[in-house]
Design a protein around this ligand. Structure first.
Ligand SMILES: Nc1ncnc2c1ncn2[C@@H]1O[C@H](COP(=O)(O)OP(=O)(O)O)[C@@H](O)[C@H]1O
Ligand SMILES: [Mg+2]
Length: 230
């Protein structure tokens, strides 16, 4: 199996003297895996995701995504890499309120230099797939939380990323909308999308992941496949 993520001896410290908030950790995620990262608040889940996203740098070790070592890239190269290969869905959606739904979804494609037509066609395809097409011309402020998260996921997928990352994607949703997003992530996994989902909710992890890792105080305490222990 081709590895989409490889962490080699990765550790993160926020202050030079203390123990790491994460790691040292060695971990691979293969193409098509849906990995859930669970653990209590403060256990290092978001730190792990941010290192994989290239939003933060490890204090030790190496981070490879889609075969490329990213922890030594400069800001500009990282931003380009991230836009092309990594899609991120956030707890609070991070949509631009003064752009329509369709424009929010198209934006990362246009920033990557995809032509207008191709970007529009891809946005259409995603809106149809995620059931939000009727909101194409609406502004995010008019949508429900669950609909906004669908827009967030569509935007994350617009550049056909090798990897989809989601940090507490249901954290700001009521339970019905949370179930919708859960089903959406499950469908994406079935369609072959490699994804990493951070959640403190074991039920969400169980529903949509093929593998779950559990962190406590930055250390991996469990690594479980849906069909038995790895
Ligand atoms: N920018 C930061 N500066 C200092 N400490 C941080 C920073 N970000 C996170 N931490 C600390 O690192 C630990 C892990 O945080 P985090 O990865 O956000 O945990 P989780 O997502 O599991 O709740 C926590 O103790 C948190 O307080
Ligand atoms: Mg977090």
């Amino acid at each position: 199996m081709r590895q989409v993520i490889e962490l080699e001896g990765v550790a993160k410290r926020y202050d030079s003297t203390g123990t790491p908030v994460l790691g040292p950790l060695t971990l691979s995620v293969g193409q098509g895996e849906a990995l859930a990262v669970t653990g209590p608040s403060g256990s290092g889940k978001s730190t792990l995701l941010n290192l994989v996203a290239g939003l933060d740098k490890p204090t030790e070790g190496a981070v490879f995504v889609a075969g490329r070592r990213i922890d030594r890239l400069g800001e500009h190269a990282l931003a380009t890499f991230r836009r092309r290969h990594i899609g991120i869905a956030f707890q609070f959606f991070n949509l631009l309120d003064d752009l329509t739904v369709a424009d929010n979804i198209r934006l990362p494609a246009q920033l990557t230099g995809v032509g207008r037509r191709k970007a529009a066609a891809r946005a259409e395809e995603l809106m149809e797939m995620l059931g939000i097409q009727r909101h194409a011309r609406a502004y995010p402020g008019r949508l429900s939380g669950g609909e906004r998260q669908r827009v967030g996921v569509a935007r994350a997928l617009v550049n056909w990323p090798a990897l989809l990352l989601a940090d507490e994607p249901t954290g700001a949703l009521d339970s019905a909308a949370g179930h919708d997003v859960r089903d959406l992530l499950t469908d994406l996994h079935r369609a072959g999308q490699t994804l990493v989902l951070v959640t403190h909710d074991p039920a969400l992890a169980e529903a949509c992941a093929s593998r779950t890792i559990h962190l406590v105080d930055g250390r991996l305490t469990r690594d479980t496949c849906a069909r038995g222990v790895r």
